[in-house]
Ligand binder design. Structure first.
Ligand code: SAM
Length: 231
């Protein structure tokens, strides 16, 4: 059963679907705080359980479309949205598919961002966090496509860890016509994935040796009409 408490949807995550956690809640809180979703057409990329999409609907979105490359996530998010009483159009796919629909006013994304030794493949649960050697397997395409997915004046809200170079996110967005800044930051102890991968992450320079916390940031970026679509 899906219920809502303050701005954070409580959702069921099926086996094989990412269970909402700190990054999810930071993004949901940012959606509520920004007010950007009110009356807007919203795209939630990498929707998982649908928690962020439901938060956008709850924040007054006119329309919410959500994408995930996992069939399990699509089914789970659809069910959670219906149980919460919201009409969310959940679709299987990623950026290529999202680019075939008209641009949105708001783009939300909690992508995978944990550096991983191998190139991510398949649609299993590990795709929820594995993001290639620099942690940017989805973050870079997000930054590259955001200005094409949004109307002029549109707003992107994305959450990520400091182990996947938030400064690069800010730079890429700025280069494609956004005014971007960090609007929320929280430090949390490593979860199971980061803890088990800490030796690899330290060896590759993504975290300091012995580190057991990471900082999450939410980046809010506004697409300015003057230079939108120049790249
Ligand atoms: C960190 S989880 C976030 C789930 C949910 N939005 C949340 O905040 O709890 C990332 C999700 O992205 C999906 N995913 C990974 N790569 C993707 C891609 N290229 N396009 C669309 N979805 C992707 C995964 O299947 C997973 O459901």
């Amino acid at each position: 059963m899906t219920t809502l408490e303050s701005g954070r949807p409580r959702v069921d995550a099926d086996p094989g679907v990412y269970t909402p956690q700190q990054d999810t809640w930071m993004l949901c809180d940012a959606v509520a705080a920004s007010g950007a979703a009110h009356g807007a057409r919203v795209l939630d990329m990498c929707t998982g359980s649908g928690a962020v999409a439901i938060a956008a609907a709850r924040a007054g979105a006119r329309e919410v479309v959500a994408f995930d490359l996992s069939p399990r996530a699509v089914e789970c998010a659809s069910r959670n949205a219906a149980a919460a009483g919201f009409d969310v159009d959940v679709r299987l796919g990623s950026f290529i598919e999202a680019l075939t629909v008209p641009p949105f006013d708001v783009l939300l994304c909690n992508p995978p961002y944990v550096p991983s030794p191998d190139t991510p493949a398949g649609t299993g649960l590990e795709r929820a966090w594995n993001a290639g050697t620099d942690g940017r397997f989805v973050l870079d395409p997000l930054c590259e496509n955001a200005h094409r997915l949004l109307n002029p004046g549109g707003v992107l809200l994305v959450v990520q860890s400091d182990c996947a170079d938030p400064a690069r996110t800010l730079t890429l967005l700025s280069e494609s016509g956004f005014a971007a800044r960090v609007v929320a930051a929280q430090r949390h102890r490593f979860g199971p994935v980061m803890a088990s991968r800490a030796p690899y992450l330290a060896a590759e320079g993504h975290i300091a040796p012995g580190a057991d916390t990471e900082k999450f940031v939410v980046i809010e970026a506004h697409l300015t009409s003057s230079n939108a679509g120049t790249q």
